[in-house]
Design a binder for this molecule. Structure first.
Ligand SMILES: [Zn+2]
Length: 115
């Protein structure tokens, strides 16, 4: 009888500990999820910055090629792979300011309006 009661006591204690650990894990996972949601706009900004740098490099490279006589001034500016990417279906155009944005970004890089 005492042994049985002791057994139930230990079992309920173990269940209580398991429930507490479960709750702690859920709280930690929720905290991590919220933390990563806050990082999403930063990741989008990084992608946009990379795109800006690539555009700048493409423009710089084009100017260099013109300067060195490899291509002419009136050469198709859309021939650049980066511009090709920007003109593909992976972008959206802002209704407010007409800026072209990556489909990954949920807001306009020009005016901040949401897609
Ligand atoms: Zn805009």
């Amino acid at each position: 009888m005492i042994k049985a009661l002791l057994g139930v006591g230990i079992l309920s204690t173990l269940i209580s500990i398991a429930i507490i650990i479960f709750i702690i894990v859920i709280v930690i996972l929720t905290f991590l999820a919220i933390n990563n949601l806050h990082r999403l706009p930063k990741i989008q900004d990084s992608i946009e910055n990379i795109e800006k740098h690539l555009r700048f490099l493409a423009k710089y490279e084009r100017e260099r090629l013109i300067k060195e006589g490899y291509i002419t001034q009136d050469a198709d500016s859309n021939a650049s792979p980066i511009n090709h990417y920007a003109n593909s279906g992976d972008t959206w155009i802002c209704k407010k300011c007409g800026d072209r944005n990556l489909s990954l970004s949920s807001y306009c890089k020009g005016c901040g309006t949401y897609k």
